[in-house]
Design a binder for this molecule. Structure first.
Ligand code: TRP
Ligand code: ZN
Length: 454
């Protein structure tokens, strides 16, 4: 092809297929969610300005996304589903765009060069709706009777803001959310200010540490708000639906001691803000470890509070690079519950392990190996949680307590504000214990059916 005149080659490049090499990919390469995330750029920061009216369920949004091109880009995708896009600029220039399912395809006027930092502004509006996941659960912007329960795992972030919607790409966030006076909007991080005028209140939140899009929230409702600083200097912001307040109070009261205990076991708490959102959202059926401020669909049990808090280390600060590794989140958070119970006068982790091991061979616990759920439809099923925790318990009994807790703390420290993979966890466990643990991990993480011995 070297004989094509330069001018013709340039025309071809601008015209179509030959330009493919300079388009960002439509997905981040996740086998379970192939369209989640995008290639060709890396988001640094999301600045989201939202206005929501719970009565009409209308959302007005503006997202200013600061990103860096990881290749030359003539166009790139964002994930965005549902809402109407009213305009896009890249830099100060209007960009062309089209919608293709969850892909918002943006063609800037000028080609972005590799390593270029650029700013995309997307304005949008409409009535946000949740997505239904492969397992039938709802996530994203889920309307409630007094606002919205906003939970994005694994896919729902794209229902309320345009994003590089995969945990591989973490970024910091600013949120400015305006709601009718008397209603509260709770996002991640630290509350920077709150102002009421003309019957509306605007809440400004900042999540300074890198965060995966699925962990972002802007949950809205009529909440009782409680703010305080813990003895450790951590700023806590709790927002509680008054209908859940009585049931939630004794559990929420334990948040500082749970975070202090987890810090003593896992290492320093990874973020600047903390707290909880306790909503009443019976249609949801799960809680989520939204970064800094877990989100509960009802008053949580102490076990659930311990679980979502443990995710701040395992899942939030240390993020997945692929949804297949979900046991790194759920197995760890479940094992944190076992450890908490053990160290607070309840069942030992060994007793939890033994009780699960007693499950018959056809039980859900053994339905698939935890490090291989098979598809996005199974990532929140029993083996991921229970057998994932059992794998950690096997590790603990193999290496001894001192090394085991050293492994957990080193994992959280080495990968904080970053990512970790199953292979890296196995490697770390071997390095710190000096033992060959491949057979153990293979049995507990990768093999089908009930392992032959406990
Ligand atoms: N990660 C959540 C937790 O462990 C659970 C969760 C998030 C979930 N999204 C879900 C469970 C969808 C079932 C369906 O607390
Ligand atoms: Zn969990």
């Amino acid at each position: 092809m070297a004989t094509i005149p330069v001018a013709v080659a340039a025309l071809l490049a601008a015209a179509g297929p030959a330009a493919a090499g300079t388009s960002g990919s439509t997905g981040a390469g996740d086998p379970y969610f192939p369209l989640a995330g995008n290639g060709g750029y890396d988001v640094r920061h999301y600045d989201l300005t939202l206005g929501y009216d719970p009565d009409s369920r209308h959302l007005d949004g503006k997202a200013v996304i600061t990103a860096r091109a990881t290749q030359r880009l003539t166009r790139f995708d964002l994930d965005f589903k549902g809402l109407k896009v009213t305009g896009i600029t890249v830099g100060h220039t209007k960009a062309d765009f089209r919608r293709d399912g969850q892909e918002l395809v943006v063609t800037p006027r000028h080609t972005l060069h590799k390593h270029q930092e650029f700013r995309v502004t997307v304005t949008y509006q409409g009535t946000p709706k949740p997505v239904t996941d492969p397992d039938g659960s709802l996530d994203g912007w889920i309307p409630t009777d007094d606002g919205a329960f906003v939970a994005g795992e694994p896919q729902g972030a794209m229902t309320w803001f345009p994003a590089n919607n995969h945990p591989k790409d973490k970024a910091s966030y600013d949120f400015t959310v305006t709601v009718p006076k008397g209603t509260t909007a709770v996002a991640n991080g630290v509350l920077r200010g709150q102002r009421t005028s003309h019957g509306h209140t605007t809440f400004r939140w900042r999540a300074a540490e890198p965060m995966a899009a699925y962990l972002a929230t802007a949950t809205i409702g009529k909440f009782k708000v409680e703010q305080y600083t813990t003895p450790d200097g951590l700023k806590v912001y709790n927002a509680v639906d008054p209908r859940e307040a009585t049931a939630a109070a004794p559990v929420l009261k334990k948040l500082p001691s749970v975070l202090a205990w987890e810090s003593s076991v896992f290492g320093p708490y990874p973020f600047k803000g903390a707290g909880s959102v306790v909503d009443r959202a019976p249609q949801v059926g799960y809680a989520l470890e939204t970064q800094t401020r877990p989100l509960y669909d009802r008053a949580p049990s102490l076990g659930t509070l311990v679980h979502e808090s443990a995710h701040q280390w395992f899942g939030d600060s240390v993020s997945l690079t692929t949804w297949k590794d979900i046991w790194l989140n759920e197995g760890f958070a479940t094992y944190a519950e076992w450890l908490y119970t053990e160290q607070h006068g309840g069942k030992t982790a060994q007793q939890n392990f033994d009780a699960l091991y007693a499950s018959p061979a056809d039980s859900d616990v053994w339905a698939f190996p935890p490090a291989n759920p098979g598809s996005g439809a199974h990532i929140f099923e029993t083996p991921v949680y229970s057998r994932g925790a059992m794998a950690l318990h096997k590790l603990r009994t193999a290496v001894g307590d001192k090394t085991f807790f050293d492994i957990l703390r080193t994992w959280a420290a080495d990968h904080h504000d970053g990512h970790g993979t199953t292979a890296q966890f196995i490697h770390l466990s071997q390095r710190l214990s000096g033992k060959d643990l491949h057979a153990l991990f293979h049995t507990w993480l990768d093999t089908s059916g009930k392992p032959a011995s406990p």
